[in-house]
Design a protein around this ligand. Structure first.
Ligand SMILES: [Zn+2]
Length: 428
């Protein structure tokens, strides 16, 4: 198997010869009958998502392991971490093994279950973290995502516990009492619209506390979907101390602002823009971009959150929070980070593949495209712009905030251990 005429990290055109799922040779001019012609597009290591909601078990009407990983493959991903807020919650070895097995059977990319931190995501009692780590799913990332582990004692215990198996606690930072009934970012726009505001301090207070806790017990903390300029400053401070803190930002927080709730191509009060954490201000977006560029924020994670139409197309206060994101992630990052000159393709590969694989402790993902490495590869053509067409998504859900927008680039092909999962933009 040969992939020819691709530019690794945007470099000179080369061919990649794959043998038995492993890159055997990278050199110019290799060719063979049936070689895949990348047409001069960019080759990156297969993308890795640390934050995906696959919804199975329990909400197969929104997404399944099969459709979610098809969506991931179409976005250039070769591995995703499946969040624990399923039904039943992934808080036991049995449930994480079920998700892991579904991934092995139906996955168009690798599926790594995230284990819940607390039983039932209820924030009262630690889940069986050790049993999930020891299970066939080998869980290393633990999160109550969707809910915050707001009890400081429980958070401290979780951070202590995961040290035994080199795990990490991924916190959804949201002080619940400061966000009771919150509908959107607290600011000028929420004031004008009369929607209950979601103050930045609700996120920042938890991040500051958790950085201090992680330092105190000498453990690894990962901060999910950072959304405010203040959060960036706190994380920068924690890193300057040498503490083991990593952070992610979503594509939508790199591009969209709370102004869309008031005025957008799809009208005012359109719940397509309702998300947790909420879209913030232009100043926050600028701070998040700068933080991703300088490494204060380590990675991009999608927070792909599929919802069926009936949960989204309703009045704002009743609508579900979240957006799908796997199939548009790299285009949005190109728009926000490449077109602005803030990152090059090597920088994108670092933040969307190598570092998420490292945080999730996935040794065979996020590797450089070199001889001897696993052939997890995505091929991306950054030229041209196309209108986002939700009906073309592989995801079962359509709740994208980019409908009708034009975005740059397209995923040409994805290879999982040398086997194509996407060719010419279509699922194999
Ligand atoms: Zn979350």
């Amino acid at each position: 198997m040969i992939i020819k005429n691709v530019r690794i990290l945007g470099g000179e055109p080369v061919s990649i010869r794959i043998d038995d799922g492993v890159i055997a040779e990278v050199a110019p001019g290799l060719d063979a009958p049936g070689a895949f012609d990348g047409g001069g597009a960019i080759a990156l290591p297969g993308l890795v998502d640390l934050h995906t909601h696959l919804r199975e078990p329990g909400r197969e009407d929104a997404e399944t392991v099969q459709t979610g990983t098809q969506s991931a493959a179409r976005g250039g991903y070769t591995a995703v971490h499946a969040m624990a807020n399923t039904s039943p919650v992934a808080d036991t070895a049995g449930v994480v093994e079920q998700v892991w097995r579904l991934g092995r059977e139906h996955g168009h990319c690798d599926v790594h279950p995230v284990g819940a931190v607390t039983v039932g995501l209820e924030g009262r009692q630690l889940a069986e973290l050790g049993a999930m780590a020891d299970s066939a799913a080998r869980v290393r990332v633990f999160s109550d995502d969707g809910k915050c582990v707001d009890d400081a004692v429980l958070m401290r215990r979780a951070l202590e516990y995961v040290k035994a198996f080199d795990g990490v606690v991924a916190q959804h930072a949201q002080e619940p009492r400061l966000t009771a009934g919150a509908q959107m970012n607290e600011g000028v726009v929420s004031g004008r619209l009369g929607l209950t505001g979601w103050p930045a301090v609700a996120e920042e207070a938890i991040i500051a506390r958790d950085c201090l806790l992680a330092a105190h017990v000498g453990s690894r903390l990962h901060v999910c979907h950072v959304s405010t300029a203040g959060s960036v400053e706190i994380i920068r401070w924690a890193k300057s101390k040498g503490w083991n803190v990593t952070a992610e930002v979503t594509p939508h927080h790199l591009l969209l602002t709370d102004g869309l709730v008031e005025e957008s191509p799809v009208g005012a009060y359109n719940p397509i823009y309702k998300v947790n954490p909420p879209l913030r201000t232009r100043a926050d977006v600028e701070a998040l971009r700068a933080a991703l560029a300088d490494g204060t924020i380590d990675i991009v994670a999608t927070d792909h959150a599929p919802h069926p139409v009936e949960d989204k197309e309703t009045e704002w206060p009743a609508a579900a929070m979240g957006m799908v994101g796997l199939e548009t992630a790299l285009s949005v990052v190109q728009e926000a980070m490449i077109e602005t000159g803030l990152l090059d393709w090597a920088g994108v590969a670092q933040r969307m593949s190598a570092l998420p694989a490292r945080i999730g402790r996935l040794p065979a993902q996020g590797r450089p495209l070199e001889a001897g490495e696993p052939a997890n590869i995505m091929v991306y053509d950054p030229s041209g712009r196309t209108q986002v067409e939700p009906s073309a998504f592989a995801s079962k859900s359509r709740n994208t905030p980019y409908e009708g927008m034009t975005l740059p680039g397209r995923v040409v092909a994805t290879f999982l251990r040398g086997r194509p999962t996407v060719l010419e933009g279509k699922l194999v």
